[in-house]
Design a protein around this ligand. Sequence first.
Ligand code: ZN
Length: 290
Amino acid sequence: MIRILDGYLGNEPGLTSLYLIESHRPVLIDASTAVSAERVAMQIRETGIGPDDLAAIALTHIHADHAGGAGALAKAFPKATIYVHPKGARHLVDPTRLEASVRALYVDAYDELMGALTPIDAGRVQAVSDGERIDLGEGEFLEVLETPGHAKHHLTFIGSEGSAYTGDAVGIGIGDVSIQPATPPSDFDLDLALASIAKIREADPTQLMFAHFGRKLDVDETFDLAEASLVDWVEVVRAAKAQGLSVEEAVVQLDANAPRAAAPAASVMGTRTNVYGVWQYLDQSNEMGK
Ligand SMILES: [Zn+2]
């Protein structure tokens, strides 16, 4: 059984979804923020999974709205192994640099939105990469796909029953709002993001389990929308840049013209975060003469 838990990003329901697979070795996919960890632990305990029962926490990537709560949850569920991209592992063991970089991005909003990160013992952190399997017992497993683009430490998990746990790799789709791209600094890369969407499509999943928010059953349409919105969004930011706007002016203009899903403005869903990521990507592409 796959259960959708709520990560209460910014204390709001319906923005961040975590998945609890109640397999022989129960696994939680993603961990939400540090400030939400207790609310997440409570939802897990309510299913009857006790402190020693959770076998694994699998992180799609180490952004603070996905992995910020991993340290606190590792404490609450002391038998769980934490699975993460090889580039993310050391940042879970020593989250000092990760927390500093996220603080720099969210500034004054950080403490209320994200919360202080708790280190995890190195022996409990297991790096996994492309093609590896996380054993869930009784023949069930999660297959690991490396899906960079949104972040270079991004993984997608394909369940043996066919679901794809896509983190932010296919974008954001909240409520009735169409699929929006998630293009934060500092890793966003359009070509990698499109290649990752194609790679997940290739795995032929039966349903897409978004981190923001919930499952998408119209799989092909969702992939199409994700690709189109990503290309469009990069063009919109490129055009603003070509007009000679500063990045802050571009944020104000684009926010006024194309408001994004209702969500904490400083969060991954905010226009500012998504303009900054594309801006940086375009600067780097120019430097490389692309
Ligand atoms: Zn992210």
